[in-house]
Design a protein around this ligand. Structure first.
Ligand SMILES: Nc1ncnc2c1ncn2[C@@H]1O[C@H](COP(=O)(O)OP(=O)(O)OP(=O)(O)O)[C@@H](O)[C@H]1O
Ligand SMILES: [Mg+2]
Length: 481
């Protein structure tokens, strides 16, 4: 579009030059008047294109909000709550408010353009009209010939039209360049993670990972999430991480994956600051299940295989991972086994009732798939499990923990869970409270110490006890957990 407008400007300039040369022959004064009258047109058109560019930029957030509300109204995931809480009119209202806001901004801009361009057309008509009156009078007084009159009229109209085209091309190029600038600002915004010019590839983990006085906040306007955490995750050991909601556990996971750098302090991978390592090679050495794991609208095999794209076609490895995550039996029962699409998103009207086109699996089954995806990674140096079994039934959880214990032998792991029974077998347990490391040690030592961990453990154990005095405390326990 910029190139097109540029060509329009060049073409317009040539045409203007031709008509100006013709008109100068008849009347140099009139030529000057016509050219001068196009200056306000140019100024007004450039002003309009600048305003339109700024308006598009300002409307961005409103249009994103509109998109957000409209997608909530159409997404399968949101459908249950939208229906249960009767949110459709509310969301539709908000979506329309945003739409009306951007429509009225656009309408105001269109009106401004209409008035401005109308005024400029009147100015142009006045110049041509004035010129025509002058030419006719001059012809009647014999100053110019009738042929000159037609040459004059043609010249004035030609100059005006060509100048109009030139200005339109110029304003168009200006507008496109402004929009191009928005595009460039996004494309050139660079990575939010400062990367070293020559980062080192992450070596195999041999000693362990160490957090040294790590402070972190999501931005300068946010409160501190981690406050001076120092922690050692030795190679080949399982570290359990416990803490209340919002304590900073998942944030610590994000720092280990180097999605963010610590605001102060550092994390060392076998003594090398994570900032010196190439994040791509580092992440290849990690595997994990995030608390907000993904459910992909892909086949069952792909849902597991994308944990390591190099092994996507290796059916035996996929089956082994599914077995370990306790989902294999379910997957073989599906209409197309591992090739079954785990989604009804792509069905068409004709195969609506046909389970073969895709199936829906349960929440816990999705979680097992996420776990299988993590286990699919070939011997990761660090396995990060953030609430990997929260949605599993008790039997499945204990079976999976048994499996994981076997799988993680020799593998370094960080396990986060609110279920103390999952954590108690870890080699080392760390308690985070309000972003700071509160306690650490082995399960028995921590229980004997009678601190936060012991309190959480006893309260949870009490939840299972059949004792009135204890049952009364359960609401308080639930609140804490
Ligand atoms: N992307 C983000 N931007 C800003 N603040 C965030 C972001 N993610 C988390 N936080 C804030 O950081 C704090 C710690 O969150 P985090 O998810 O690490 O807690 P958590 O210990 O994992 O809690 P939970 O047990 O509920 O999973 C919270 O107060 C949260 O509001
Ligand atoms: Mg969390």
């Amino acid at each position: 579009m910029v190139v097109n407008s540029g060509l329009q400007v060049v073409g317009g300039a040539l045409t203007v030059a031709g008509f100006v040369a013709t008109l100068v022959v008849v009347s140099p004064v009139m030529t000057a008047i016509v050219l001068t009258s196009s200056i306000p047109v140019l100024i007004a058109e450039l002003g309009l294109s600048r305003r339109r560019g700024a308006m598009e930029w300002q409307l961005g957030p409103a249009e994103r909000r509109e998109f957000f509300y409209s997608s909530l109204l159409t997404e399968v995931n949101a459908a249950k709550e939208v229906r249960l809480y009767g949110l459709s009119d509310f969301l539709r209202g908000r979506m329309l408010t945003e739409r009306h806001a951007s429509d009225s901004a656009r309408r105001a801009m269109d009106l401004r353009e209409t008035w401005t361009q109308g005024g400029l057309s009147l100015l142009g008509a006045a110049v041509v009209g004035g010129g025509l009156v002058w030419a006719v009078r001059a012809a009647t007084q014999g100053e110019i010939s009738v042929g000159d009159v037609s040459l004059f009229v043609g010249g004035v109209m030609g100059v005006q039209g060509a100048v109009g085209g030139l200005i339109a091309g110029f304003a168009g190029a200006h507008h496109q360049l402004l929009m191009f600038d928005h595009y460039r600002r996004i494309v050139e915004s660079g990575p939010d993670l400062p990367l070293q010019a020559r980062p080192r590839p992450a070596p195999t983990l041999r000693q362990g990972i160490e957090l040294r006085d790590v402070w972190f906040r999501y931005s300068d306007n946010h409160p501190w999430v981690l406050r001076g955490v120092s922690l050692h995750i030795p190679h080949g050991r399982a570290v359990g991480l416990v803490g209340r909601n919002g304590a900073g556990k998942s944030t610590l996971v994000k720092l280990l994956c180097r999605f963010y750098d610590p605001t102060r302090g550092a994390i060392y991978w076998d003594g090398i600051d994570l900032r010196e390592l190439d994040p791509v090679t580092l992440r290849r050495r990690l595997a994990g299940v995030f608390q907000d794991y993904m459910e992909y609208d892909l086949t069952a095999a792909e849902n597991i295989g994308i944990g390591d794209l190099d092994g996507l076609g290796d059916r035996n490895r996929i089956i082994a991972a599914a077995r370990r995550a306790g989902i294999h039996d379910k997957l073989v029962e599906l209409p197309h086994g591992y090739r079954t699409l785990l989604s009804r998103l792509f069905m068409s009207e004709s195969d609506k009732g046909d389970a073969e086109t895709g199936v829906v699996v349960s929440g816990g089954q999705w979680q097992r798939l996420a776990l299988a995806r993590a286990l699919f990674r070939d011997q990761p140096d660090l396995m990060i499990l953030d609430e990997p079994t929260s949605g599993l039934d008790a039997e499945a959880e204990s079976r999976i923990h048994e499996q994981m214990r076997r799988h993680r032998e020799g593998c370094t792991s960080l396990l986060i869970s609110h279920r103390m029974s999952s954590i108690r077998d870890a080699d080392h347990i760390v308690v985070i409270d309000e972003g700071a490391l509160a306690e650490q040690g082995k399960h028995d030592d921590l229980v004997a110490r009678g601190g936060i961990y012991a309190g959480l453990f006893r309260m949870q154990a009490a939840g299972y006890a059949d004792d009135d005095a204890v049952t009364e405390r359960i609401p308080a326990v639930r609140r804490m957990l």
